[in-house]
Design a protein around this ligand. Structure first.
Ligand code: OXD
Ligand code: MN
Length: 654
């Protein structure tokens, strides 16, 4: 289907028609506005006052209404009353059901074809391909970033968006990433035809009328989302979950600060504030403005002496960021408080320290594996006002997923699994989808840090990288310098997880834990990290951890969870300059024997846990060189290449 030539085709503005529309002055806008308003005339406003929106938002909404042709417009205000109204409607329709055992908790099942981020259909759209992807070796598909040309995007959008909201309401969601009006915060406006998305965005971001005021002196990121199933619907809607899996497209236009998402209603595909805005678009803004947008948790760790240290940590999806951010220390006298569990926006302050905010307002955590044993604080957080997607529901009105077997009261209780089938513990198959999620307000976390909404952020002293590495990689290592740390981050790898469409357990490269979220050329991204080191800045020390090393019997060598505080204790003592803690190796400094407090732990095989096997690393360094040479190629910054060369020499001397 080609677009109606009379329509404004706003997505074509890089190649012509609409470029001028974006740039015209507010005065001239009213002329355009009159025309647009006339065309809009028949679309009723179900809630809110369109004329009170800032003119630039009116224009944005009007353009998109004209293209997508919803049956009404609903301007969200983020209030509880609004949420209650939408919840009631969804419960009536059967899309949500209350989980009776809790206060204001709901469960939802998606179409089983819409369960994860769809990386293969996620695109960055820039005029020049190499703004998005590196100059990879001939015949090598870029792993970081997925490029589409603006002209191709226009064709893709033309074949999806015109009329896509027919028969549905268009919700207009004003939201702030970070505290509204804060110096590190940014604003977005999401248009969506999914009320599940409205409810989830209200948990995950700050949705409020105050955002309109904050817009006076700021621009906003334009987020356009449709489930891609106009009414009347021509196919069966499974689980009352409209979507269009065959036509999914998630496209970002960094220069225009714009996101277009079609066909999926789930997670990072549709909650556009999260991965699309806060990582892919924000990393572009951060590059332009001199800050960082990273896939990192932020935690405050207080030692028994009362001193607090803030740490940011980057792990690939579903590697335990939420668990680490809410760690319950097993060492006496220690306290951990959570600032954020997934994304950090960080900027150097006047005092030379790196300050971080959590741009999100909620946790969208992987449910399976989350329990009182593994993360009691997350469990406490989602006892109310939360939405659970693709988990099982027990006959007692409780949630259930893999990992709760030891905690459920009645082990024989009947359940409905994530596929809507009757299910009991011991039956074939699983209760919950491996990427089933809870969405819970961060403010409900019992250990949320009192400064988690500080507009200025918290000062970061250390950055940790980590992944699931069953073999070869020691529990912890300290990198030799900022540059060496960047090299180590660039080499980050982990076993694949269920957060995206990958299957199997292969160890995959996930540089800086940003592979699925890279907003621009990865070589330029590494250069941006390097360039941040300047003047009086106090660069955080960079570490690499591996909680997941296994022995010959496939058993984990480290207990993990609350015992990870022992590793953090070592990091903090290193930061303090305590003597005799480290042993230099070819890949960085590992703990000297006995320097990690193992009191109360039995059965820790120190030598195996900390070892740096020469054979393993000789293979690894070859593989890493091949990866960086072929994937980043001439875009690899000289400083990172030099770190690779030096590490190779050290390893080959083993
Ligand atoms: C997430 C992810 O949802 O990384 O946080 O996939
Ligand atoms: Mn994540």
């Amino acid at each position: 289907m080609s677009a109606d030539p009379n329509l404004l085709t706003p997505y074509k503005n890089t190649s012509g028609a609409n470029a001028s529309l974006r740039q015209i002055s507010e005065d001239a806008f009213y002329v355009v506005n009159e025309v647009v308003m006339k065309r809009l005339g028949h679309v009723p406003i179900h809630k809110g006052d369109f004329h009170l929106l800032p003119p630039k938002v009116q224009r944005f909404v009007a353009e998109k209404v004209e293209v997508m042709r919803p049956r009404g417009i609903y301007i969200c205000d983020g209030t509880q009353h609004e949420a209650d109204e939408i919840i009631d409607k969804l419960v009536e329709r059967g899309m949500l059901s209350p989980l009776r055992a809790y206060e204001n908790n709901y469960i939802c099942r998606t179409d089983p074809k819409d369960v994860a981020r769809v990386e293969s259909k996620t695109w960055m759209v820039t005029p020049d391909k190499h703004q998005t992807v590196c100059r990879t070796a001939e015949g090598t598909e870029p792993l970081m970033g997925h490029w589409m040309s603006p002209d191709d995007l226009a064709v893709e959008l033309d074949s999806r968006f015109p009329g896509c909201m027919a028969g549905r309401i268009m919700y207009v969601i004003p939201f702030s990433m970070g505290p509204i009006g804060g110096p590190l915060s940014k604003i977005g406006v999401q248009l969506t035809d999914s009320n599940y998305v409205v409810l989830s965005m209200r948990i995950m971001t700050r949705v409020s009328n105050d955002v309109w005021d904050a817009l006076a002196n700021n621009d906003f990121v334009r987020c356009i989302h449709s489930v891609g199933l106009p009414r009347p619907v021509k196919q069966r809607v499974v689980n009352h979950w409209p979507c269009n899996p065959e036509r999914v497209l998630i496209a970002h236009r960094p220069p225009e600060r714009e996101i277009w998402s079609f066909g999926s209603g789930y997670g990072g595909n549709s909650l556009l504030g999260k991965k699309c805005f806060a990582l892919r678009i924000a990393s572009n803004i951060a590059k332009d403005e001199g800050w960082m947008a990273e896939h990192m948790l932020i935690m405050g760790v207080t030692r028994p002496c009362g001193r607090e240290h803030f740490i940011a940590a980057a792990f690939p999806s579903a590697c335990g960021k939420t668990n680490l951010a809410m760690l319950e220390p097993t060492l006496p006298g220690w306290k951990v408080r959570c600032v954020g569990d997934d994304i950090a926006w960080m900027k150097f302050g006047e005092d030379g320290r790196l300050y971080a905010i959590n741009p999100e307002a909620g946790f969208f955590g992987v449910a399976p594996g989350t329990s009182h044993k593994t993360n009691p604080m997350a469990v406490a957080t989602f006892q109310k006002n939360s939405i659970f997607t693709n988990v099982a529901e027990t006959a007692d009105g409780e949630y259930f997923w893999e990992g709760l077997e030891d905690e459920i009261k009645d082990k024989n209780v009947e359940m409905i699994n994530w596929l809507g089938e009757k299910w009991k513990i011991g039956d074939k198959g699983v209760a919950a989808h491996p990427n089933s999620r809870f969405a819970a307000p961060a403010r409900q976390c019992p250990i949320i840090h009192p400064d988690w909404e500080s507009p200025q952020g918290v000062p970061i002293e250390a950055i940790i990288f980590g992944g699931r590495r069953p073999a070869g990689v020691p529990l912890i290592l300290e990198t030799n310098s900022w540059e060496h740390g960047i090299f180590v981050g660039a080499c980050l790898k982990s076993e694949a997880t269920a957060a995206a469409e990958h299957t199997g357990k292969q160890v995959m490269h996930d540089p800086m834990a940003m592979r699925p979220f890279m907003g621009y050329n990865f070589g330029k991204y590494l250069q941006h990290w390097l360039d941040l080191k300047q003047g009086n800045r106090k660069m955080p020390q960079i570490y690499h951890v591996n909680w997941f090393r296994k022995d010959a019997n496939n058993k984990f060598l480290w207990p993990g969870f609350g015992d990870n505080i022992r590793v953090i204790d070592w990091i903090i003592r290193r930061l303090d300059g305590e003597a005799d803690l480290g042993l230099e190796t070819a890949i960085g400094t590992v703990p000297a024997k006995g320097s990690i407090n193992l009191e109360g732990l039995s059965d820790v095989n120190w030598d195996e846990l900390m070892s740096v096997p020469a054979d393993y690393w000789k293979e690894d360094v070859k593989e890493v060189r091949h990866f960086l040479e072929t994937q980043v190629g001439p875009d690899l910054p000289a400083e990172v290449r030099a770190e690779m060369d030096k590490q190779e020499q050290r390893i080959n001397a083993l």
